[in-house]
Design a protein around this ligand. Sequence first.
Ligand SMILES: Cc1cc2nc3c(=O)[nH]c(=O)nc-3n(C[C@H](O)[C@H](O)[C@H](O)COP(=O)(O)OP(=O)(O)OC[C@H]3O[C@@H](n4cnc5c(N)ncnc54)[C@H](O)[C@@H]3O)c2cc1C
Length: 339
Amino acid sequence: MKKIKNLNQYKDVWVFAEIKDHKRVHPCALEILGKGRELADELNQNLVAIVLALDAEQYLPTIKEHGVDKIIYLSHIDLKHYHERIFTKLVYEMVEKYNPSIFLFPSTEAGNALSARIAYRCRTGLVNSVLNLELDKKLGDLLLTDKPAYGGDIKVKIICPNTRPQMCTITPGTFKKKKLIKNNIEIIKENYSFNKEELKIKIIGAPTRKDKPSATLSDANFVIGGGAGLSSEENFEKLFKLAKYTNGQVGGTRRPIFSKWMPEHLQIGISGETIKPKLYLAFGISGAIQHVVGITDSDTIIAVNTDLNAPIFKAADYCIIGDANEIIEGLLKHYEIEE
Ligand SMILES: Cc1cc2nc3c(=O)[nH]c(=O)nc-3n(C[C@H](O)[C@H](O)[C@H](O)COP(=O)(O)OP(=O)(O)OC[C@H]3O[C@@H](n4cnc5c(N)ncnc54)[C@H](O)[C@@H]3O)c2cc1C
């Protein structure tokens, strides 16, 4: 049975600094560090990044530029890829040793899997895919999380009053990265200790993704998004044609995936990709919160919708009230004439 500690024993704001494709710190982790800095300042506590990777030292300079007071890291060949059992054991041991008050994770495959396991072991609460974080002064600086519920129709506020750490995962693109270098950053290297005999499964090759796109949406400069308003597969196909002419990337809402007009990896939003293009064209998209959280970092958003009251117009810089199919047709004609 887990020993109950006094809540006052817990302090500091921790961020799981996930390493993406064993190449770079996940952009979402850097975004969360920006928000974590604000929380740590308000609490007058430390912001701590947790890193587990092969050659973890190479990622420390980037993390140091994002406002941390402390980095605790583990470096080992077994940490090259995320492994449920290894990461859970090692991170849980760190939590038990240092007692963080708040622990934030990117809402990624690894972040979601790891945070759930850590929360279970700590017998604490976990809020997934939150849209905002603040401290509730009236409740003694408890972490107050905003989360969409019932398909995004309502937003709920959730606290974790009786157990620690207070944990949540954050959708990529929710917060902005903030560059800041603190004085005297403390670096702690933890020892790797994992008995491989404990492993019930072994990873014998690098993870691969069956339907990985050749160019990723999250890195695209120009994204053309389609939604249910395009009304047929035939109309949706025209987006791909337009993307070819314009060097764009097609993405969209969940609805065209359900209708099998586009593959799953092109979904933009809370359970899909977060995009940051210079231009996002949204055709026939209503602007549900689950979609909008994935597009808010676009430099410019142009939305086309027949409904003047469509929520997408609140997120858009330019609003065109009209038939998306007619406009796509017009654009295609323009490029066909030029060809
Ligand atoms: C847990 C959960 C996770 C989810 N994750 C995601 C996610 O990651 N990404 C995502 O996108 N969704 C996600 N969804 C679904 C989301 O809630 C919405 O249902 C979805 O985004 C709506 O897609 P849409 O805008 O294409 O369709 P609709 O909401 O049906 O909107 C269609 C729009 O097209 C307009 N329109 C109709 N005809 C035309 C025309 N001829 N020209 C122009 N406009 C026209 C309509 O006015 C309407 O605004 C999630 C839902 C849940 C419950």
